[in-house]
Design a protein around this ligand. Structure first.
Ligand code: BES
Ligand code: ZN
Length: 937
């Protein structure tokens, strides 16, 4: 068969012998004995009505890719691209077809003629060959294809930005994880199919092209076009491939190992790239040392993309970021902005090892990527930027995920995921935050040194390959010698003496046994402790937020849950940290000496909540009031957290938890103070939203009275340590929000000066958002801010302005913002989710935001994929604060209507349960809150 009939052409040769070209997706003979379907019978139907030879979502493994030659030519004027590729594959087992992923790509010759001979499903194409492909031979598949540059944020898409001069420019950029490489080129789009990639990009001379690897050469092509050829990559998964055509400027530096690091941004934002360069060089040095494994590529580019759906993406050698996750503007970026940029860089660079070098076998274990990258943020930032005290941010992440993990609708860390929607849903707090917090707990249990050895062993052993949970557990059990690593070798159990092997096996069983109780069961345990003289009685339960012990479902929800909990505790009588692995429901320990109080979960390193029975809480509250420094700062934070969680679970009265916060007046640790303040503030917001005016007023009085000394101490400046500055931002924000006159006065004054200076005045960055928010309360101020929003070149400033605009009390202004967000010009589509979130936080906007989501659901789905980050933020952001039965019913009905249209997300159940929990909380605690305030003010 020859090329002339213009069907899809498959170019097949084995070794060097070129076989005749044959066509794809035609004349598929069923005489083949391929086992393409487990139980033959109904074939899925291809788009042309013919049977499609493969019915699974996952690709067959008979054919694996070895190398891709990929040529791409995007046209930034016509906004499309033409491309071709040659995939070298190895046939492992005789087969008569090759299945590839391909989504939304026009495979040229085939579509040119008729679709009848094409067999493709939505995300797969079948290449059918009349002659069998022989096992152990290599073949080469050549495909020409084209498509429009995508409109959204996935695949090969277009992004635009405005220059200082007001011109709009377009760039083309990729974003593939988890399943979008198939939108850019036909490929084996699963993490296990690692291959090498040689990429060529054709472009105009006014642009540059970037890809994972450095450029080897540029060739001139007809029409004045240039073609960049990039070095071949190391073996990697498709989701990490990246290329960009743009006109960006960069700053560069060299890491200690010689790797060239560059930060790219649109030309006018060049001045905001310097912090990122400093941070990425420091962090790259840190990781190369820490892992004792070189970053394997010659260069690392970090690029700020004007339209980006998530925060950042770790493409190997070409990490892409939302502008606000990479750029730091000394004038308008606050200390919290710096923390965020540092966190995101640390996270994505950690992925260059955890994720890129060693990849999970399948998406069910995405926590091996995301949990580790989140955990490594803690390790690397604490060393490279100790002044950020990142451990406090990390602890907050753990508290954050506990909120959802203590609902019955939570999920286990490892969970089956097959469809692209299910896969995308795995990118949630459970994978990121619970994953990281569990690793931190395990590190604390094993010791930092042993844990580090284990993860290095894991990284070395599985480099350029894929791993699963059990591989990690066995690496962590393997106590190798330092020399095993420095010599570049690995150590395995069989290289040890018999007695060592035994130790190894025992240890192996232990880590795995412990950790599977955390990764395969959903939820978080509650450790109930009772001290009786020198006896310490421990009991474990499943901790359930919003389900009380006398609820009928309580018993059933407890059944069969058991964790291996690394319990730690300290006592009043010494500084020692005691340890015990609680593997049964109950246990009794004997305290080494007489002691007046016991505090469990030292430094809040464990992923569990502690309840002190009998006089336990009273004793601890007394310690806090007498001399809180007898407890470590993170223990104080943990007590505040656990106390309020226990209130939600009906185990502790609200009075008691509130009494605990009384000591905060003397609290010397800012993170602890912020933790307490956070709860009180959240109660205020709940009351305000519900319009419970007596409590709202009294809470306001209480907060302003109680925190007055520390509020009055705050200056309107950027002075002090990172946490001094965070405290300042939080306190002044609260004070102005509560209409505290001195705060409003100062903010108004600064805002007027700023307006008078035509936006030139430098307001201290930590109070900028507060000043803008106060300024946004007048129509003049609001309009002026919106104007500045359109002009500002600082993403950090724009975020602050947008937030300020969203706090307006005028519905028509909020509607205008939503309209602008939907239009996607002044307010970019990438910022729509946080806009709706912010409006829903505003008591005057909550109903508006929610109604908007209900009425515009399909329009939102035109912009974002159902299970994408923004959609999930929009869904939970506009609903999960509800706290009445009517609201619950409304949300429920809406979700049910979506389900009948075939849309279902895990977050629906989480939201419904959260609202039920809120309802219960109010039913139970409203009277106590009211009374407590009456006696406290
Ligand atoms: N690998 C993710 C990006 C991603 C997110 C891909 C969701 C597919 C689906 C990246 O490493 C990431 O985790 N980004 C975070 C930032 C991080 C600092 C938590 C993000 O985008 O929020
Ligand atoms: Zn990540």
């Amino acid at each position: 068969m020859v090329n002339t009939h213009r069907k899809l052409i498959l170019n097949i040769y084995c070794s060097a012998i070129i076989l005749p070209q044959i066509c794809i997706c035609s004349q598929f003979t069923s005489s083949s004995n391929d086992q393409y379907n487990e139980n033959p019978g109904v074939f899925p139907v291809a788009t042309n009505g013919e049977p499609f030879p493969w019915r699974e979502l996952r690709l067959p493994t008979k054919v694996i890719p070895l190398h891709y030659d990929l040529f791409v030519h995007p046209n930034l004027t016509s906004l499309d691209f033409v491309a071709s590729e040659k995939i070298e594959v190895l046939v492992r087992d005789t087969t008569q077809f090759i299945i590839l992923h391909s989504h939304g790509l026009e495979i040229m010759n085939a579509t040119l003629q008729s679709e009848e001979d094409l067999r493709y499903k939505k995300s797969q194409i079948a290449l059918l060959v009349p002659e069998k492909l022989m096992a152990d031979l290599r073949y080469s598949v050549a495909i020409d294809f084209q498509a429009k540059l995508a409109d959204g944020f996935e695949g090969f898409y277009k992004s635009t930005y405005r220059t200082l001069g007001g011109e709009t420019r377009t760039i083309a950029v990729t974003d593939f994880e988890p399943t979008h490489a198939r939108m850019a080129f036909p490929c084996f789009d699963e993490p296990l199919f690692k291959a090498n990639f040689s990429i060529k990009i054709r472009r105009e001379s006014r642009h540059i092209a970037l890809s994972n690897m450095p450029k080897v050469k540029t060739i001139e092509r007809e029409g004045g076009l240039l073609e960049d050829h990039f070095e071949t990559t190391v073996k990697m998964s498709t989701y990490l491939v990246a290329y960009i055509v743009c006109d960006f400027a960069s700053v560069s530096g060299t890491a200690s190992s010689g790797v060239k690091v560059s930060i790219y941004a649109s030309p006018d934002k060049w001045s905001q790239t310097h912090y990122a360069l400093e941070a990425s060089l420091k962090l790259l040095d840190f990781y190369e040392n820490y892992f004792n494994i070189h970053y394997p590529l010659p260069k690392l580019d970090l690029v700020a993309i004007p339209d980006f759906e998530s925060g950042a993406m770790e493409n190997w050698g070409l990490v892409t970021y939302r502008e606000t996750s990479l750029l730091f503007d000394p004038k308008t970026s606050s200390t919290s902005d710096k923390l965020w940029v540092t966190k995101v860089i640390a996270h994505e660079l950690a992925h260059q090892w955890f994720g890129n070098l060693v990849t999970m076998e399948w998406w069910n274990d995405i926590w091996l990527n995301e949990g580790f990258a989140t955990y490594m943020e803690l390790i690397s930032v604490n060393v490279t930027y100790p002044e950020l005290q990142f451990d406090n941010i990390f602890l907050n992440d753990c508290f954050e995920v506990i909120k959802s993990d203590s609902l019955n609708s939570s999920r286990p860390v490892s969970k089956q995921a097959e469809t692209p929607t299910q896969i995308q849903e795995m990118f949630d707090d459970i994978s990121y935050k619970k994953g990281a917090c569990l690793l931190n707990m395990l590190k604390d249990f094993l010791s930092e040194e042993k844990f580090k050895k284990g993860i290095i062993h894991y990284l070395k052993k599985f480099s350029y390959r894929n791993a699963k949970n059990d591989d990690l557990w066995s690496s962590l059990s393997n106590s190798c010698l330092e020399s095993d690593f420095t010599s570049g070798g690995f150590c395995y159990s069989d290289s040890k003496t018999t007695s060592n092997t035994l130790t190894f096996l025992e240890e192996n069983v232990e880590v795995k046994d412990i950790m599977t109780t955390w990764t395969r069961q959903k939820g978080i345990p509650l450790v109930v402790v009772e001290q009786e003289g020198r006896l310490l009685k421990l009991r474990q339960e499943r901790f359930l937020n919003g389900v009380f012990r006398d609820d009928p479902e309580w018993g059933a929800l407890q059944e069969r849950y058991l964790w291996h909990i690394p319990v730690t505790y300290s006592t009043s009588s010494s500084n020692a940290i005691h340890r015990h692995l609680l593997t049964s429901k109950t246990d009794t320990l004997y305290l080494p000496e007489k002691t007046s109080w016991v505090k469990l979960n030292v430094d809040s390193n464990g992923y569990y909540i502690v309840h002190y029975e009998a006089h336990g809480w009273d004793q601890l509250i007394a310690v806090l009031n007498q001399n809180h420094t007898l407890l470590r700062p993170k223990d104080r934070i943990g007590l505040i957290h656990d106390a309020f969680q226990l209130v939600s679970a009906g185990r502790l009265t609200l009075d008691k938890a509130l009494d605990l916060t009384h000591y905060l007046q003397h609290e010397t640790s800012i993170p602890a103070l912020l933790q307490g303040l956070d709860y009180l503030e959240s109660f205020y917001h709940t009351m305000d939203r519900r319009n419970i005016s007596d409590i709202t007023e009294n809470l306001k009085r209480y907060l302003l009275q109680y925190f007055k000394p520390v509020i009055d101490m705050q200056s309107w400046s950027d002075e002090g340590s990172v946490w001094d500055r965070r405290l300042r931002s939080s306190l002044l924000k609260l004070a102005c929000y509560l209409n505290y006159a001195p705060c409003i006065r100062k903010a108004t004054e600064l805002f007027s000066q700023w307006m008078e200076s035509s936006g030139k005045l430098n307001i201290p960055s930590d109070v900028l958002k507060i000043v803008y928010s106060v300024g946004a309360q007048t129509t003049e101020g609001w309009n002026y801010l919106l104007e500045q929003y359109g002009l500002s070149l600082s993403g950090a400033e724009k975020n602050k302005i947008l937030y300020a605009l969203s706090t307006s009390k005028h519905q028509e202004k909020l509607i205008k913002l939503i309209d602008l967000g939907m239009e996607g010009k002044v307010i970019k589509t990438q910022d729509l989710a946080s806009l709706l979130y912010a409006i829903a936080r505003n008591p005057k906007g909550q109903q508006l935001a929610w109604n908007f989501v209900k009425e515009n659901w399909t329009h939102l789905l035109e912009r974002f994929e159902l299970s994408s980050f923004p959609m999930r933020i929009i869904i939970s952001g506009t609903t999960s604060h509800f706290s009445s039965k009517d609201e619950l019913q409304e949300v429920k009905l809406f979700f049910e209507s979506l389900q009948t249209q075939g849309s279902y997300l895990e977050i629906f159940q989480i939201v419904l349960e959260t609202i039920s929990k809120n309802i219960k909380w109010l039913e139970k605690n409203l009277p106590s809150l009211r009374n407590w305030l009456l006696i406290s003010i």
